[in-house]
Write a protein that binds this ligand. Structure first.
Ligand SMILES: [Zn+2]
Length: 355
């Protein structure tokens, strides 16, 4: 059981510097090659490119699929290997990235993938579900299943991001088994517990996967490590409350939904950063609602302080739209939220996912 960062600690790769401009113009999406999953265009030595994703063994038989740099659409996933049977945590946004993940899984174990867990409905964690073996039992929260069934973005990504991701030949595969509070999976002699945080947090259908034998927590997007948290389809107070649940596990190793894997020594800092960020969003939203200031204007006046260093800082606008809508008791306008985020950002949002 590792008490210190594992030897192939993915943190070693994270210098906090991400050159978004380096990718501009590298990917040509004007001419789809017609061969989903084939990689015949040059991705170059891109630190956030598809080849940068690696399967890290974070505990005996427990692996994290970490996709640098963790920004928009670049999630982490997981693998728990038992005796002849294994469990997967999440898939990836695109066919190419999911095939690469599952290829790394196949190179690591020949165990049957008997169970897969979706931590929530967002496409970066679910659009690749259709590439799991048909026999794999897919588990998700009942709200997550409904959200993925209704998700229009899997049918084609809107030009909110640059480049506009091409998902490849993804299909809408939803959970075979739904849960509302949790379940325990027994996979080749290993126990994996699946827990709902008890309320709306990152989304209304979040799950974490906890491997008690080695004290590894797959937090899904209840944690973004070193990146701006996103709660626009959840609840800011709920996401803040879910941090308390994470602390109760007392994990040795945490695989966040995005960003580098980290150990117990870093958990208090990571939780405190999330609390401070959520408090900033809530204070800003309360002030905006009290003074009838629109979310974009509130975002422009908000001093992010140290959080301005986090990638995907424009999520402030989305998070404020959520918080202001909830404080005002009205539904959130998702289109207006993204329009404002693009305005705040000075253009479409940067992603390193192209296909
Ligand atoms: Zn995510």
């Amino acid at each position: 059981m590792p008490a210190a960062p594992p030897p192939d600690d993915p943190r070693a790769d994270d210098d906090g510097a991400h050159d978004h401009e380096a990718n501009d113009g590298r990917h040509n999406h004007g001419a789809p090659d017609g061969h989903p999953g084939h990689h015949d265009h040059d991705h170059g030595p891109d630190p956030a490119g598809i080849d940068a994703a690696v399967l890290h063994e974070v505990a005996d038989g427990v692996h994290a699929w970490v996709q640098p740099d963790g920004t928009w659409w670049l999630n982490n996933a997981g693998l728990v290997i038992g005796d002849g049977a294994a469990l997967i945590v999440d898939t990836c946004a695109t066919e190419a990235r999911t095939r690469r993940f599952l290829g790394a899984v196949a190179a690591t174990t020949d165990a049957d993938l008997v169970v897969a867990v979706n931590t929530h409905a967002h496409g970066d964690h679910t659009y690749g579900n259709g590439f799991l073996p048909a026999a794999t039992t897919l588990v998700g929260h009942e709200n997550m299943r409904r959200t993925l069934l209704d998700d229009p973005v899997i049918d084609g990504c809107p030009p909110v991001w640059d480049p506009v991701p091409d998902w490849g030949a993804v299909t809408r595969r939803v959970p075979d088994v739904t849960v509302t509070s949790g379940l325990t999976a027994h996979v080749g002699g290993r126990v994996v517990e699946v827990h709902h945080p008890g309320g709306t947090a990152h989304t209304d259908g979040d799950l974490v996967a906890w491997v008690p034998g080695v004290r590894v927590l797959f937090s899904g997007d209840l944690l973004f490590h070193g990146l701006t948290p996103l709660v626009f389809q959840g609840s800011v107070p709920g996401a803040r409350a879910a941090l308390d649940l994470i602390a109760t596990f007392d994990p040795v190793t945490v695989v966040p939904g995005h960003g580098p894997v980290f150990g117990a020594a870093d958990l208090p800092r990571v939780l405190a950063e999330h609390r401070r960020y959520y408090d900033l969003v809530l204070r800003t939203a309360e002030d905006a609602v009290a003074r009838d200031v629109p979310p974009l204007e509130a975002a422009r006046a908000c001093d992010l302080g140290p959080f301005s260093e986090w990638d995907d800082a424009e999520r402030l606008v989305l998070n404020l739209h959520r918080a202001c809508a909830d404080l005002s008791g009205r539904p959130m306008d998702v289109i207006a939220a993204f329009t404002d985020a693009i305005e705040w950002n000075g253009g479409p949002l940067t992603t390193h996912v192209c296909c």
